[in-house]
Design a protein around this ligand. Structure first.
Ligand code: FNR
Length: 358
């Protein structure tokens, strides 16, 4: 059952090491250039954003985690209370379980009940919208109505589907289906990966299909191959693909400099400093799942503390490069080194474009 699977995923993420082993997000290869004369007051740095059509006090999104199991009820409640009080965006986990079994709807509805004003992002999987377009539209609309979603995210998770025993591996017709949803649904559509990144070529395809936001969700943080390895009877395939994917710094750079729609950088973002680097690479917002889930297991105060430390670290990085708002941070100078540089140069992106921008 989907519901049992949701619980297993939560417990595995709580108790096991589910992150990439021999690959990292790439942010260690990014250096922001220190500004010894920042000429700004740190206390006045503004990290608010309107990129999603609602004013948020930080570019940090809690990206899709959970729902669909009674134990997810408490987690979504805690996350929603924190998102509302700190005025940040919250993504819910895949709503498929509740669309197929309405008894589980309360595990998602609890989020809107506790976050009446802030940005809530609904979530469905691309495999659920292929085929009959009327059914797909109804499916998407149910997800939106369940939580009065401001945005609907459609997730891509080919890696996980390949490794989980019950995986859905027919990925034909995704682009067409996404185009139909964009046309038929009247809230903005986000397409998000789940930890393996999106290359420039597919980013362009998604932009042409009309999607409003892309969350790259690159490699280097939570590995869905890892999560599914722990669930598999035979671990060979999961271990083989554990580190598959495009590192987050790479996928962020590939998309944010080639596309006109807003880009969310996520997958292995672990601090306000990582976030500053992602935004300087061109991202409009950043997302985190696993670290915030871990705080949610502990309690409400820990989530708030985590968000405050994140925001303050982001502001310190901005102070040190002399950026008083996110637009200025986007234009700050940075150096791309190591594997990230190698990857981007091989893909014919000019890494020098970042190094002396002002
Ligand atoms: C996820 N993620 C996810 N994404 C999605 O679009 N729908 C979903 O239902 C879920 N479910 C889910 C459950 C759990 C327990 C975790 C930890 C994650 C993926 C998530 O949104 C994110 O893209 C990746 O986890 C990478 O980010 P982090 O964890 O490295 O910050």
């Amino acid at each position: 059952m989907i519901s049992d699977r949701k619980l297993e995923h939560l417990l595995l993420c709580k108790h096991y090491d589910v992150q990439y082993k021999n690959k990292n997000s790439g942010f260690k290869d990014i250096e922001l250039v220190h500004n010894a004369l920042p000429e700004i007051n740190k206390e006045e740095i503004d990290i608010s954003t309107n990129v999603f059509g609602k004013k948020l006090e930080s570019p940090l999104l809690i990206t899709a985690i959970t729902g669909g199991h009674p134990s997810a009820f408490k987690i979504n409640k805690e996350l929603a209370i924190a998102a509302e009080s700190e005025k940040i965006g919250l993504g819910l986990g895949s709503q498929r379980a509740a669309i197929e079994n309405p008894e589980l709807s309360n595990t998602y509805e609890i989020a809107r009940e506790n976050a009446p004003n802030t940005l809530l992002i609904g979530n469905i999987g691309a495999p659920q919208i292929i085929g009959d377009s009327k059914n797909s539209k109804e499916f998407a609309q149910k997800a939106i109505d369940m939580i009065d979603a401001d945005i609907l995210a459609i997730h891509l998770n080919a890696l996980q589907e390949s490794i989980q025993p019950e995986g859905d591996v027919n990925a034909t017709g995704y682009v067409n289906s996404i185009e139909n949803i964009v046309e038929e649904i009247d809230v903005p559509i986000m397409v998000k990966e789940t930890g393996t990144g999106i290359a420039f070529e597919e980013g362009k395809t998604l932009e042409s299909a009309g999607v409003d936001f892309i969350d790259v969700a690159g490699a280097g943080g939570t590995s869905w191959a890892a999560v599914e390895t722990y669930r598999a009877e035979d671990r060979y395939i999961g271990e083989l693909f554990w580190d598959w994917g495009i590192p987050t710094a790479v996928t962020t750079a590939e998309l944010s400099n080639s596309l006109d729609i807003p880009i969310i950088s996520s997958g292995g973002i672990r601090s306000g400093l990582d976030a500053a680097k992602a935004i300087a690479l061109g991202a409009d917002a950043v997302g985190m799942a696993l670290p915030i889930l871990k705080e949610a297991f502990v309690g409400h105060d820990e989530i708030i503390k985590f968000i405050n430390i994140f925001n303050d670290s982001l502001k310190i990085a901005m102070f040190l490069v002399g950026a008083k708002n996110l637009e200025e941070l986007k234009n700050s100078n940075l150096i791309i080194k190591g594997d990230t540089k190698e990857w981007l140069v091989e893909r014919e992106f000019n890494t020098k474009n970042y190094s002396r921008r002002n």
